[in-house]
Design a protein around this ligand. Structure first.
Ligand SMILES: [Zn+2]
Length: 330
């Protein structure tokens, strides 16, 4: 059945199975497993494995997140505990396969498992040490955003009024990430830090979960200039559904996500945009996109609105292509 011929309403779509597979660049499931001791399939999670399956998610990047007020050592301990939960719990029941290479990607896809990848949200746990970065890379971490909202010893985050950009340690970490082939995540970074990274590297960069600032003026969203640069470099950015990044959180609705998407497509992002939900990391869930199983209805709307070819790019192809380019062959 052609996806464009499929019914669009939520109830009807449920009867017919997923319209189209989905790839998502950011969830905070591991943080909640660590803090709350939940089961990876728990319905209390917005992106537990059962909901991922129901929503048609076939590629999921799992963030390693720790609040940055902790010491380097405490942050590193928390990150390592979350890495362990990924392998020992999330991947244990055989529905999610850990993907650290193109070979593992192909094997996971061939067996019908969800491709699970690891990225680090905030580099405070590194203590500026490229050796710690290399060890996390050995453990399967394939992407990194230097900061969360405040400053750390690598750079200033988007909520740091100083807006000072990268430190020398931050520059060292970025250079080592480039050498290792890790993807550089601009989400949460302050504007000066984004500018510094774009000056430091010619390579593709991504923003795992951020929207367009021209549509909703919020420091977590990206300016048109940065979005154009991401497109020019064959990078990628993921629309995110935290209501306060979409619109006024009191009244944000699904249509507002499409306002961001329409704007990005107008800028020429057809091959550079996808999804980075921030499920299990949001304080204001968006009605209609509040959990991974909502992807079922959302995917149908995307197909209806943009047609099957563009929808395929937005829902999974663009992100999967970007991730695959960064994975080592074996
Ligand atoms: Zn985040």
């Amino acid at each position: 059945m052609n996806a464009q011929d499929r019914p669009a309403s939520h109830a009807e779509v449920r009867d017919h199975g997923p319209v189209m597979p989905v790839a998502d660049a950011h969830v905070d499931v591991l943080y909640r497993l660590w803090r709350e001791g939940l089961d990876p399939a728990s319905e209390h999670l917005q992106a537990g494995v059962t909901r991922l399956r129901r929503g048609g998610v076939r590629t999921q990047v799992y963030a390693l997140f720790v609040f940055p007020h902790l010491s380097h050592g405490e942050q590193l301990h928390a990150v390592l505990r979350q890495v362990d939960l990924f392998y020992s719990r999330v991947c244990a029941d055989g529905q999610v396969a850990p993907v650290r290479s193109q070979r593992e990607w192909d094997a996971a896809r061939g067996s019908g498992k969800i491709c699970g990848l690891l990225s680090l949200e905030g580099g405070g746990c590194l203590g500026g040490d490229t050796g710690v970065l290399r060890m996390l890379h050995q453990l399967g971490v394939r992407g990194l955003g230097l900061t969360w909202n405040p400053a750390n010893d690598l750079a200033d985050g988007c909520r740091e009024p100083r807006n000072a950009g990268l430190t020398e340690a931050g520059r060292r970490i970025v250079r080592e990430m480039e050498r290792l082939g890790m993807w550089i995540d601009l989400a949460h970074l302050g504007d000066a830090g984004v500018r510094d990274i774009l000056a430091l590297t010619d390579g593709p960069v991504m923003a795992s979960h951020a929207n367009a600032r021209a549509v909703h003026d919020h420091p977590r969203n990206l300016t048109d200039d940065v979005i154009r640069e991401i497109i020019r470099r064959r990078g990628w950015m993921g629309l995110t559904f935290e209501a306060s990044f979409v619109a006024d959180p009191e009244i944000a609705k699904l249509d507002d996500v499409f306002a961001h998407l329409d704007h990005l497509l107008d800028l020429g992002a057809e091959d550079a945009v996808g999804l980075g939900s921030d499920f299990d990391g949001t304080s204001h869930p968006l009605p209609g996109l509040a959990a991974a199983d909502d992807y079922l209805g959302f995917a149908a709307l995307v197909v209806q609105r943009y047609g099957e070819t563009v929808a395929r790019k937005l829902l999974h192809q663009n992100l999967e292509r970007f991730l695959l380019r960064h994975l080592p062959a074996v």
